[in-house]
Design a protein around this ligand. Structure first.
Ligand SMILES: [Zn+2]
Ligand SMILES: [Zn+2]
Length: 182
């Protein structure tokens, strides 16, 4: 696998997101995708994406902005935000990504939901799963029927907890094929 200088995956916080969380997610990304990662601040104001009626942020324009502001060395850029995200057809989303594109975003807002015993570890694991899921889409991975696979689409927090933090064999092969084409 090539590690050219433009093959860095940037992790970027938006809002009140701890740097240690970004570093943690960056470590997991490095393990799963085998690319260098770096935590960089890119956007400090996402008011342009706020829908005041819904009190939520529309994720799609944030992805466009991330794509525009990403440094040249960024192969992909993943934002982690604490604000609640939506796309118009859904009440909320855990994240969104540009399929086969550069930008992905994940929200921690709904991932605290229903944790029987709140531990940072369990919370971090959910964020990691949804972050890697969204990044997977930027590598052209689509939703997987295998409910244990990280590319499985999660309608509820139960689904998130049920899936593992790994790609199934099929998705792993699809990812390797895509990385080889880069
Ligand atoms: Zn998805
Ligand atoms: Zn899969």
């Amino acid at each position: 696998m090539t590690l050219a200088s433009n093959h860095t995956i940037i992790v970027t916080p938006i809002g009140k997101v701890e740097n240690t969380l970004c570093e943690y997610v960056g470590d997991q990304i490095r393990q799963q995708f085998d690319f260098e990662t770096d935590v960089v601040d890119l956007l400090d104001d996402i008011a342009f994406a706020l829908n005041t009626e819904r009190s939520q942020h529309h994720s799609t324009p944030i992805l466009e902005k991330l794509e525009m502001t990403a440094p040249a060395r960024a192969l992909k850029v993943l934002a982690i935000t604490d604000v609640d995200l939506f796309i118009p057809i859904l009440t909320h989303v855990y994240g969104e990504a540009q399929l086969g594109g550069k930008a992905a975003i994940v929200s921690t807002f709904r991932l605290k939901e229903d944790l029987k015993v709140f531990t940072t570890e369990a919370f971090k694991q959910r964020i990691e799963k949804e972050a890697i899921h969204e990044l997977g889409h930027t590598f052209k991975l689509i939703h997987c029927k295998d409910h244990k696979c990280i590319m499985h689409y999660c309608r509820s927090i139960r689904d998130v907890d049920r899936k593992t933090d790994s790609l199934c064999r099929y998705c792993r092969i699809m990812l390797e094929d895509e990385v080889r084409r880069l």
